[in-house]
Write a protein that binds this ligand. Structure first.
Ligand code: 5AD
Length: 329
């Protein structure tokens, strides 16, 4: 794996590719974790259904609505609603919240709600969500099955393709450094991402999750994660590649800045009500919460600034227009 001087040069090339396409601007999205109920049982994830040590919640619509309409940081142009795989939260929280945001704001809306049925996808689209984030987790078919990823990898990929074919901007993601996987497996995940109809892809470092079967496994090498991000950026200059907050685990602040300097062009601010945050358990209860102040300082440290154009607005401006009837004739 690429390290040292060659690695610095590789990341600098990825950074330059992102800046050629996006300038100094980084999209800023607010994330709201609306429910931690989950019907899946992924071995890596703290919200897996077998984790009985977790207090489960669905956020109250009025609390979220009030926070998002009246108290969101001014740099936020887009919102992502995230949850465990919880169809009840889709109906009772996500759908009304998307409608509320559509009615009262110009915010772009993304959702990350797991594998759902076509009617639920359609209802979310109709309510006004534009982007769906559906992570394929790993390209390693045996690893996906072994870790009980949602359904099968093939189904997950079919859902990604279905969403893209039905008018969604689709983003995906994978976990680098899952136990038992080699750097070559992570490269394979980069290659798989490139075959999919995506507008972006995240790379998350594997973090051993509290109260999960992988609690004792070693954490991913952050260098592997950064190299995957840089590789994706060089192959897909126009993609939206987030600097995930888990980059900060182990090296507070520094990992995040390195992600931004390796080609990332999206940063997130956590807007989950503080009382609920602790139970949204992906890996550890102690997690680095990115707020507006930390984010602006990180961007400035690497010479970047928040984009005033929203992410969804940007994607819409890049969409190839449908051919006119004359062109079809
Ligand atoms: N390490 C890294 N990423 C994780 N996720 C869940 N658990 C972990 C972990 N231990 C990511 C997965 C999942 C999303 C909810 O969070 O990609 O889809």
């Amino acid at each position: 794996m690429c390290r040292g001087g060659a690695q610095s040069e590789f990341h600098a090339r990825a950074h330059a590719a992102a800046r050629r396409k996006f300038g100094r601007e980084v999209f800023v999205r607010g994330v709201v974790e609306i429910s931690n109920f989950c019907r899946e049982n992924c071995h890596y994830c703290g919200m897996r259904r077998d984790n009985r040590s977790l207090d489960r919640y669905r956020a109250a619509l009025d609390v979220l609505g009030e926070a998002l309409l009246h108290r969101r940081p001014s740099v936020v142009t887009d919102i992502n609603l995230q949850a465990g795989e919880d169809p009840v939260a889709v109906r009772e929280v996500a759908l009304p919240l998307v409608r509320l945001l559509r009615r009262h704001t110009k915010l772009g809306v993304s959702v990350c709600l797991g594998t759902l049925d076509p009617d639920s996808y359609a209802a979310l689209r109709e309510a006004g969500a534009s982007a769906y984030i559906l992570k394929f987790e790993t390209a390693h078919t045996d690893g996906y099955e072994l870790r009980e990823g949602p359904g099968t990898l093939q189904e997950r990929l079919e859902n990604i393709r279905w969403l893209a074919a039905h008018g969604w901007f689709v983003s995906s993601g994978f976990i680098a450094g899952l136990p038992g996987e080699t750097p070559e497996d992570s490269l394979e995940s980069c290659r798989l991402a490139e075959t999919l109809p995506l507008t972006g892809c995240s790379v998350s470092p594997f973090i051993p999750g509290e109260s999960t079967p992988l609690a004792q496994a070693p954490r991913a090498d952050i260098e592997l994660v950064l190299n995957c991000m840089a590789a994706l950026r060089l192959r897909r200059p126009d993609w939206i590649i987030p600097a995930v907050s888990a980059l900060n685990i182990g090296q507070p602040g520094a990992g995040y800045r390195r992600g931004l300097a390796a080609g990332a062009n999206l940063a997130t601010i956590n807007l989950t009500p503080p009382a609920l945050r602790e139970d949204y358990l992906l890996y550890q209860r102690e997690r680095f919460i990115m707020d507006e102040e930390h984010l602006l300082a990180s961007l400035e440290a690497v010479g970047l600034r928040p984009s005033t154009t929203g992410l969804i607005r940007h994607l819409e401006s890049q969409r190839t227009p449908a051919p006119s009837p004359l062109q079809l004739a």
